[in-house]
Design a protein around this ligand. Structure first.
Ligand code: NAD
Ligand code: UD1
Length: 342
C-alpha cells in the first residue's frame, strides 16, 4: 500500500469534502500530510474521522491559505515535497453575488501558495479545477482541448488559476504542475465517517436527494424536464469521491516521478440523467425520493460528460465506482450523519 513513505504533502482545504477523502487516500498510502484549512466551509470533526479511519496522525494548521506568513512557517517547519491545493469557495450562484470574495480566495489563495512554494524551490502542485471551465461544451465526451468559456465568476476564477499555472510552467520549466478538472463528485467514504456536509440548502443534486430521502426536505425539484435528452432531464458525469481522491494521488505520484506539467479531466466518461440518478438511488437504497419537475435552472447545460482517456494514458488512473456505489455511499453517510459533522 505504501508507495512514497518519505513524501510529505501540504493539503490546503483539507477539512472539506474533497480534502478529507484525499487526506485519507494519502495517509493510507504512507504519505505524510500537513493539513491546512480556515474552516470557513470545512469542519475540524472531519480530521477526527480521518484519524479514526486511517489510524495515522498528521499535522493540522488552522490558517487562511492567503496568509503568507503561515505558509512560510509551514514550509520552514515541515519537509513539504508537494502541495495539493483544494482551498477555494465553490458555490456558483454565490460567486456572482460575492465576486471579490471568490477572486480573492480562489486566485489570491493560489498565488499565495505558489509564491510560498517557489520560495522553497521549484513548485510541485496539484490544482483543483472544474469541468465548469468548459462552460457549454460543443459536444461530449469533452476532451481537455475543448474550448474554455466559463459562464460564472466561480468558473472564471478556476480558469484564471489554470492560466496562472500555464504561465508559471512556461517561465519555470522545473515546476511540475497538475491541473485536475473534476466533473461531478458525489458519494462518500464507504465507512460513512466522512462525506459532503453542505451548509444550509444544498446547491448540488446528490446532497439534495439524500436530504429529501431523510425527510429533511419535502421533495426534490427537478430543474427542467424538457431538455433534448432521452428522458428530458440533464445529463452529467457523476464521479465517486473515492475515485476522485485516488486521482489526486495518481497525479501527485506522476508529478513526483516525472518532469513537466499537465491538465486532465477526472470523470468516468459516462453520463447519467437526473431521473436515472433518482431512480438508481431509490432502487439501491430501498427508498422513495419524491420529486417534481419545475422550470430549468438558469445556466444549466443540457448534457456533458468527460473524455477521461488522457488521465488513463498519463496517470494510469480511471474511475472504478458505479453510480450504484455513489448512491449507496451517499445514503450511508447521510443516514449516519443526518446533521453533517456535529
Ligand atoms: P469544500 O468547501 O468542502 O472544501 C474546501 C475547503 O477549503 C473547506 O474546508 C474550506 O473551509 C477551505 N477553504 C476555503 N477557503 C479557504 C481559505 N481562504 N483558506 C483556507 N481554507 C479555505 O469544497 P470541496 O468540494 O472539497 O472542493 C475542493 C476543491 O475542489 C475546490 O477548489 C473546489 O472549487 C473544487 N471543485 C469541487 C467540486 C465539487 O463538486 N465538490 C467540483 C469541481 C471542483
Ligand atoms: C454545478 C455547478 C458546477 C460545479 C458542479 C459540481 C452550476 C451551474 N454548475 O454543476 O460549476 O462544478 O456543480 O460542484 O451550478 N438538479 C436538480 N435539482 C436540484 C439540484 C440539481 O434537478 O435540486 C439538477 C441540475 O439542474 C443539473 C444536475 O441536477 O442538471 C446536477 O446539478 P448539480 O449537482 O448542481 O451539478 P452541475 O449543475 O453539473
Amino acid at each position: 500500500m505504501q508507495d512514497k513513505p518519505t513524501t510529505t504533502v501540504l493539503v490546503t482545504g483539507a477539512a472539506g469534502y474533497v480534502g478529507s477523502h484525499t487526506v485519507v487516500a494519502l495517509l493510507e498510502r504512507g504519505y505524510g500530510v500537513v493539513a491546512l484549512d480556515n474552516h470557513c466551509n470545512g469542519s475540524p470533526v472531519a480530521y477526527e474521522r480521518v484519524q479514526k479511519l486511517t489510524g495515522a496522525s498528521f499535522v493540522k494548521v488552522v490558517a487562511d491559505v492567503r496568509d503568507e506568513v503561515a505558509l512560510a512557517h509551514i514550509l520552514s517547519t515541515y519537509p513539504v515535497d508537494a502541495c495539493i491545493h483544494l482551498a477555494a469557495l465553490k458555490a456558483v450562484a454565490e460567486s456572482g453575488q460575492k465576486p471579490l470574495d471568490y477572486w480573492s480566495n480562489n486566485v489570491g489563495g493560489l498565488l499565495a501558495v505558489l509564491r510560498a512554494l517557489q520560495h522553497a524551490g521549484p513548485c510541485r502542485l496539484v490544482f483543483s479545477s472544474s469541468a465548469t471551465v468548459y462552460g457549454v461544451p460543443e459536444f461530449s465526451p469533452v476532451p481537455e482541448a475543448a474550448a474554455l468559456r466559463p459562464a460564472s465568476v466561480y468558473g472564471q476564477t478556476k480558469l484564471a488559476g489554470e492560466q496562472i499555472l500555464l504561465a508559471l510552467a512556461a517561465q519555470s520549466p522545473l515546476s511540475r504542475l497538475a491541473t485536475l478538472r473534476y466533473f461531478n463528485p458525489v458519494g462518500a467514504h464507504p465507512s460513512g465517517l466522512i462525506g459532503e456536509a453542505p451548509h444550509g440548502t444544498p446547491n448540488n443534486l446528490m446532497p439534495y436527494i439524500t436530504q429529501v430521502a431523510l425527510r429533511q426536505r419535502h421533495e426534490l425539484s427537478v430543474f427542467g424536464g424538457d431538455y433534448p435528452t432521452p428522458d428530458g432531464t440533464c445529463i452529467r458525469d457523476y464521479i465517486h469521491i473515492q475515485d476522485l481522491a485516488a486521482g489526486h494521488v495518481a497525479a501527485l505520484r506522476h508529478l513526483l516521478d516525472e518532469p513537466g506539467s499537465f491538465t486532465v479531466n477526472l470523470g468516468t466518461g459516462r453520463g447519467t440523467s437526473v431521473r436515472e440518478l433518482i431512480s438508481t438511488f431509490d432502487r439501491v437504497n430501498g427508498v422513495c425520493v419524491p420529486s417534481v419537475v419545475v422550470g430549468r435552472r438558469s445556466g444549466d447545460v443540457s448534457e456533458y460528460f468527460a473524455d477521461p482517456s488522457l488521465a488513463k494514458e498519463l496517470l494510469g488512473w480511471c474511475a472504478r465506482h458505479t453510480v450504484e456505489d455513489m448512491c449507496r455511499d451517499a445514503w450511508r453517510w447521510q443516514l449516519r450523519n443526518p446533521e453533517g459533522y456535529t
